[in-house]
Ligand binder design. Structure first.
Ligand SMILES: Cc1ncc(COP(=O)(O)O)c(C=O)c1O
Length: 365
């Protein structure tokens, strides 16, 4: 492949010395489960996001599920979210016994806030916005709707570490947010990892119990819990990589602007919102175009050694066999036929962006 979609091996090689030093420290001290490296990472992540606390967990999916359980959402409750996300967002609502209520997305592929009020019923307990591709939702309006209907907002910030709206970062708007450190994310672990962030001390304490079997002291338990801890070794690596995140975000935004410039006049391609996005500060976890003849374009790029990704899609999540295909979401369904994520990772360079853009221009010319 001449342009890989993501390059975890290349990134490791660039920061190998620091990573191995951090790992050696953890391993030689035997600091394996919930030791100071994880506590340091939790403190530094909360400071970065702008919340009072962060709680390391095994992955974002577990984080969201523990949050829903911790705030008491369960059977008979409804949670409003989108289908145009990764399946996990809807799955966690189902897993706690509640019902996902799906609304369509807008031009920027994220929750269309105009549609939320009509989806609220007496059973609605929470709204779960998703910051797909590293772009927030119109959170001032969404928070206002939530406040006026007495609903909780729990943010799926899996793809949006460092992204902001009106200067407030994802994870700091609602009662809590959940991050993914899956290896392909901007801040990626060497395996699965995640964290929740919140400024609600009681909620943080409850998630801390739930992630560790319901444990409240060495020998005491508050009830049933789970094992959803963040490995200390992963936390040590994430903590050192977190310091590089601002620089990685700048670089992604610069390369997104270059994609924008290069693809501006290509008929057949609709570009994502640009980096100069008014109240939006996007971090470009993904650079996603809407492409005419998407599958043929992807095949043509593939033949030139350029990896791309179709996600979500081609089958929309609510059309998968999960019992949600009664929702009619025309924009979501049409997007799944057209979205294509182009390579954008921490190791991508300008020459590769030009190569990808050139191949797209060739296809449409
Ligand atoms: C929007 C979204 N939500 C949730 C998740 C689940 O994250 P994890 O794999 O850490 O459980 C992902 C992961 O890709 C995601 O992109």
């Amino acid at each position: 492949m001449s342009v890989r979609f993501w390059e975890p091996g290349k990134e490791f090689q660039r920061i190998e010395t620091e990573v191995m030093e951090a790992m050696r420290d953890v391993l030689s001290k035997g600091d394996l489960i919930m030791r100071h490296q994880m506590l340091d990472f939790e403190r530094n992540l909360a400071a970065f996001v702008g919340t009072a606390d962060a709680v390391g967990v095994s992955n974002c999916t577990d984080g969201m599920r523990l949050l829903l359980e911790a705030v008491g959402i369960g059977p008979g409750d409804e949670v409003i979210t989108v289908s145009h996300t990764f399946m996990a967002t809807m799955a966690v609502i189902h897993q706690v016994g509640a019902t996902p209520v799906l609304v369509d997305v807008g031009a920027d592929h994220n929750m269309n806030v105009d549609l939320v009020e009509a989806a609220i019923t007496p059973r609605t307990k929470a709204i779960l916005p998703v910051y797909l591709n590293g772009r927030l939702v119109q959170m001032d309006r969404l928070m206002e709707i939530a406040r006026s209907h007495n609903l909780l907002v729990i943010e799926d910030t899996a793809q949006a570490l460092g992204a902001a709206y009106m200067g407030v970062r994802g994870g700091a708007w609602g009662v809590a947010g959940a991050f993914s450190f899956y290896p392909a994310k901007l801040l990626g672990a060497y395996g699965d990892a995640g964290a929740i962030v919140t400024s609600d001390a009681g909620l943080a304490a409850r998630v801390r119990e739930l992630r560790d079997h319901g444990r409240v002291s060495k020998t005491g338990f508050s009830g049933w819990g789970w094992n959803c801890r963040l490995d200390n070794l992963q936390a040590a690596v994430l903590d050192l990589k977190l310091r590089k995140v601002p620089q990685w975000i700048n670089e992604r935004r610069r390369l997104a602007a270059l994609y924008d410039e290069e693809l501006a006049d290509v008929e057949g391609v609709k570009r994502p919102p640009g980096p100069d996005g008014g109240p939006f500060f996007d971090i470009y976890q993904n650079y996603v175009i809407e492409a005419d003849r998407r599958d043929a374009l992807a095949e043509s790029l593939g033949k030139k050694g350029i990896e791309t990704l179709v996600s979500p899609g081609p089958v929309p999540n609510h059309k998968q066999p999960v019992g949600l295909d009664h929702f009619k979401l025309p924009r979501t369904e049409s997007l799944c036929d057209h979205v294509l994520s182009l390579p954008l990772n921490n190791e991508l360079d300008e020459a590769q962006v030009l190569e990808v853009a050139g191949a797209i221009k060739d296809f449409y010319s």
